[in-house]
Design a protein around this ligand. Structure first.
Ligand code: C2O
Length: 562
């Protein structure tokens, strides 16, 4: 611990040691923001709170990375203001080692789960045996951190706000920010190594659920065998194989849609999530540093708030109060399918980093690279890991089986003729008339562009607030002729916002959730696809609520230069 912190200070002499900073933010938060005074930390950094004179230099060294929680301080998780009748606090240990990645010998190759059945039968047998042994630990040694329930609890503790940021009473949460990918990567890394250790196979690799490829667009059969340790009864019975997954899933779909259309919509969703990204934060999630409140869902990256959320919701059992198991973070890790789902999420990160698009792929901010977490490794030792050591999966000793990536080529066909803005704007209103908006019905807004035609611009949907207790989803279209667009495999679809019920906290102390965030959709390619008129100075933006729109408010919409 000490060595990492001191190297951190050396790395960036502008940084205050983390403990001081945490205390500083804690004090300013409790005196201003938390009780409802509404002083936003960002305002303080910009000097608006009167506490900080912001200069370019200290904006750079604005804070400190998120540090691991004090595991001794671990509370009861809750959802929707109701404390859950579960204790998901991992065992406590004082012996914390800084984790050093072991030298890589043979890479573990994570196979596509739908291929295990036929092509890797031996691998399936090992996987089942490993999970069987992991489940057995629950009974023989419930305090062994490698047991199945203990492993599931790791997700619950970090995700339903059972922990605080060390030394503060600000809950810690690793969703909805740039920590999403590295934290989950480390989580699966140790899960995989534990499974391998339990069967004495150091090359064991976790299968990934290839839901972005038509061949993998159903729950993998290996999870649907009731006799297998990979089975979980807490799933939506209507979505057993061969039901085709819906990467735009909402429970209130107006009408059932046929499989072929589903597949097309799924590929189109993946294309937009992966290829229409302008800044690393749009994909990775936005910044989250020491002293920040729990990030609002709008700070999540495209995959996290899109396909990732849909799969959780699609698999969980709607007859359970929180759609357990996959439908809520506290219970998600109890379903073995979770780890294969997240393995594919992780694979999306690997694929995205390898894309030859012009978007920069790396975040160099030390507040990102030095964010740190605690996990138990395969030898039951508590280790401290850094986000910055999780950037390259091959350095971590694993890679993914090579399979087709068909969404790469799923850019929507260009429209032969663009719409006339005056024909579609009749049903649209000016932003002044619309915002702030509660999304109880479809909104059509006429938004001014920064320059005419196919300019390099982004659409920003601002100050999104979604009720923490509810599953929420809405879609955004540009220049749609339809008042009620349904599909997403078209040029007009810009992107999606979706989130699971997420509120956590301890006994209600942190149940007020004021977080708002903005989501950006990139427009340059979309303009080309919709064949926008070179003279157009406005577009019609259609926001379509898909689930619980009445629980969403949006502060405004604007188009900005990219
Ligand atoms: Cu930590 Cu998909 O959730």
């Amino acid at each position: 611990m000490a060595s990492l912190q001191s190297s951190l200070v050396l790395l960036s002499t502008n940084h205050k040691p983390p403990s001081t900073a945490a205390r500083r933010f804690h004090v300013s938060c409790s005196s201003g923001g938390r009780g409802g005074g509404g002083v936003d930390r960002r305002d303080m950094l910009l000097g608006l709170g009167g506490l900080y004179g912001a200069t370019a230099a200290n904006l750079n060294a604005r804070a400190d990375p998120i540090q691991p929680p004090d595991m001794k301080v671990c509370g009861v998780p809750e959802v929707g203001g109701v404390p859950l009748d579960v204790n998901c606090c991992p065992p406590v240990s004082d012996a914390i080692k800084d984790y050093v990645l072991p030298p890589v010998g043979t890479l573990r190759v994570r196979p596509a789960a739908h291929r295990l059945h036929r092509h890797h039968h031996g691998h399936l047998a090992k996987y089942e045996e490993a999970v069987r042994r992991m489940r057995a630990l629950d009974k023989t040694d419930p305090d062994d951190p490698r047991g199945f329930t203990q492993q599931a609890n790791v997700h619950c503790a970090y995700c339903n706000n059972a922990y605080d940021q060390a030394g503060t009473d600000i809950p810690l949460s690793i969703h909805f920010s740039w920590l999403f990918f590295p934290w989950h990567r480390w989580y699966l890394y140790f899960y995989e190594r534990i499974l391998g250790k339990l069967i004495q196979d150091p090359t064991f690799a976790l299968p990934f659920w290839n839901w972005d490829n038509p061949r993998g667009m159903h729950l993998p059969l290996i999870f649907d065998n009731e006799k297998s340790p990979l089975y979980d009864a807490n799933r939506n019975p209507l979505h057993r194989p061969p039901a085709v997954v819906d990467l735009q899933y909402t429970n209130d779909k107006p009408e059932p849609i046929d499989d072929e259309r589903l597949v097309r919509n799924n590929l189109a969703s993946m294309y937009k999530e992966m290829m229409r990204v302008r800044k690393p934060e749009d994909f990775m999630g936005q910044s989250y540093v020491a002293g920040d409140e729990v990030p609002p869902p709008a700070k999540a990256g495209t995959v996290e708030r899109g396909s990732h959320t849909s799969i959780h919701r699609w698999v969980g059992d709607p007859s359970n109060p929180y759609h357990e198991d996959l439908g809520n973070f506290y219970s998600a890790g109890r379903d073995p399918a979770f780890y294969s789902h997240h393995s594919n999420v992780d694979r999306m990160w690997t694929i995205w980093r390898g894309l030859r698009t012009r978007v920069p792929k790396a975040i160099y901010d030390p507040d990102y690279l030095n964010a740190a977490f605690l996990f138990y490794d395969e030898n039951k030792e508590l280790v401290r890991v850094r986000a910055g050591d999780a950037l390259d999966n091959r350095k971590m000793g694993y890679e993914y089986e090579d399979v087709d990536v068909p969404w790469l080529y799923f850019r929507p066909p260009r429209r032969a003729a663009g719409v006339k803005i005056k024909d579609i704007s009749k049903t649209a209103q000016r932003p002044e008339k619309v915002f702030p908006l509660t999304l109880s019905r479809i909104a059509r807004v006429l938004v001014s562009k920064t320059a005419p035609g196919a300019a390099d611009e982004d659409l920003v949907v601002e100050h999104i607030h979604a009720n923490p207790d509810e599953f929420v989803k809405f879609d955004v279209y540009v220049n749609s002729e339809e008042d009620d667009p349904k599909d997403v495999d078209n040029a007009e679809y810009a992107g999606t916002f979706a989130k699971l019920p997420h509120r956590g906290g301890r006994g209600g102390h942190h149940s007020h959730d004021k977080g708002k965030g903005s989501v950006r959709f990139s427009l340059k390619e979309l303009y080309e696809d919709i064949n926008i008129d070179g003279d157009d100075e406005e577009v019609v933006v259609t926001i379509v609520p898909r689930a619980n729109g009445r629980h969403v408010t949006i502060g405004g919409i604007k188009i900005v230069k990219a």
